[in-house]
Design a protein around this ligand. Sequence first.
Ligand SMILES: Nc1ncnc2c1ncn2[C@@H]1O[C@H](COP(=O)(O)OP(=O)(O)OP(=O)(O)O)[C@@H](O)[C@H]1O
Ligand SMILES: [Mg+2]
Length: 628
Amino acid sequence: MKSFLKNITLSSKIFILLLMILTLFSGLISLAFYFHLRDKVLSNSYEKMNIVFAKMDALGRYVMYNLRPAIIEIFEELGHHDRFIREAMSTTHVRKIVMEYFKETFPQVTYERVSPYPINPENKFQIIHYELLAKIMEEDPSFAWRGLIKIENREYLVIAKPIYAQKNCLTCHGSIEKIPKALFKYYQFKEDFPWIEGSLMGIELVKYPVEEALSEVKALVVGIFTISIISALLLLFILEGLFYNIIIKPIKQLNHHFKALREGKISLRTPLPIVSKDEIGELLQSFNSLSKHIDTTQRAIYENLKTLETIFESITHPIALINSCCEAEISNQAYKESPYKKCHLELIEKVFADKKSLKMEIDEGGKFYLLSFYPVFNEKGEVIKVVQILEDITEKKLMEERLIMTEKLAAVGQVSAGLAHEINNPLSGIILLLNQLRKNHLPAQEKENYFDLIHQGLLKIQTLIKDLLNFTRSSELKPQRVSVNEIIIDLLNLSSHLLEKEKIRVSLALDQSMPNILLDREKMEQVFLNLILNAVQAMENSTEKHLTIETYHKAGKVYLTFQDTGPGVPENIANRIFDPFFTTKPPGKGTGLGLSVSLAIVEKHGGRLYLDKSHKGAKFVIELPSEF
Ligand SMILES: Nc1ncnc2c1ncn2[C@@H]1O[C@H](COP(=O)(O)OP(=O)(O)OP(=O)(O)O)[C@@H](O)[C@H]1O
Ligand SMILES: [Mg+2]
């Protein structure tokens, strides 16, 4: 049934459903009608039967109480004792006769007065009378029983009453001796009747065959049912027609429209004709505006797509959308023409796993490429594809190399110039002194002074060369685990003489929880000393001379800061102070190597040295890793 309903049209479905409902409805109404009519027929029949009963009863009583005593009196007066006229004095007989006449008018109604021991053998109990007696006894022995009963396959409506013996009944239904002779002669009784006053003598009943009346009712109800079904069918056909025109037709129209749209026979802009202004009309109207909206959106998307495609195609770098099998699903013209199409499955897999972009430079036969991979995510945040961009950076690389070369050359030039200048000064002095020494007539003391000066000049050149060596070759580090706090304290002790002379107040903020770290103690001492000396020199003309040294550590790094109250580093030279030989100090006072050498040492330790510009005065910060 379910699958049958699935496969039929909507109107057939509704038709079948309505038919079922209407049939059920008509059936129920007809059934109710049937029971109502049946009740009516039965109650009418009962009424008729009751009238018959009442008449028979009245007749019986008339005979018993009026006619019989009057006739007996007349017989007594005439001396005819013990005379009995059956036709006038037997209540049962009279009833029977009257009923015969009655039947002429109402042939269907039957009256019976029967007993197991009747005077007239015709009135003897049949099986059905015993059944009725049983029913009376079952219900209420003092009342009449009424109901439907089947006698010889016909259905009868029956009212049956019990007959109880009264005193005067026993005159004829008592002992043989007392029965009127005339009656005895007529019936020839053999023995006494068993009745005493109050005993149940028999029953009287009226029966009426209802079958015909009921079958009429049935025929009527069947007629009603048939008419209602025919009317229902007619109504359904009318409804079906209306339903088809109002609902099915527009739906079919919509369906055709969809089909035509799908097959490309019409465009989204072709409107559906709207014939009604009802809900269906509104629906079609909404559909029209929806398809218009879809069309506009589709065009906009198409335009955007076109623009994106043009951009995509005009990008000169090869771009491709790569799937997890390393196949290019979408690619631009540059990619298609590119000779480099190598699959980097490992890298693609890494992007899929890490969900992060990845870059790699590759050297392919003298050409340099930058390969970039970008993950493409779905709405669940999973990587579904990878965008691969190939950039030819050969030119850029060469440029960079050239630039480095140029910078290197410039640095060499700068270094050589500075070096020449720094060496030239003491050398000129030494040459001058040597010329003087050539003159033999110099006093011994003066000679000694000249040798001292020459020695000092040569030492200066040696220190310079040592610094230079440190800067360029940066001899190997000799790391050992040390406490930076301790180095600071030792250094301050060593330079206490200078600090006191320059009247410099020193504040220490050393973190006691500083870890011991691996570093080249000697080289790092040189760095700290350079910074301290720079600070001392910077504060030469300051009124407040205060040097603050701080140590602390955070996030696996160790920090040392050197802050002074000097004039600070002017903005215009801040980016040059770490250059070798850059100095603002007068010749002979500074070589300009201090900060550059310090920077080289710190960087060699894997750290950073920089000027913190956010403070007044100058603040230099050393950042070192706990391990390197
Ligand atoms: N604490 C400071 N305050 C202000 N300027 C500073 C400070 N430290 C360095 N400078 C500036 O940086 C320049 C370079 O310093 P650097 O230590 O490299 O060389 P120098 O001190 O001039 O010479 P030397 O080679 O003798 O150290 C200095 O000439 C100075 O102008
Ligand atoms: Mg210096």
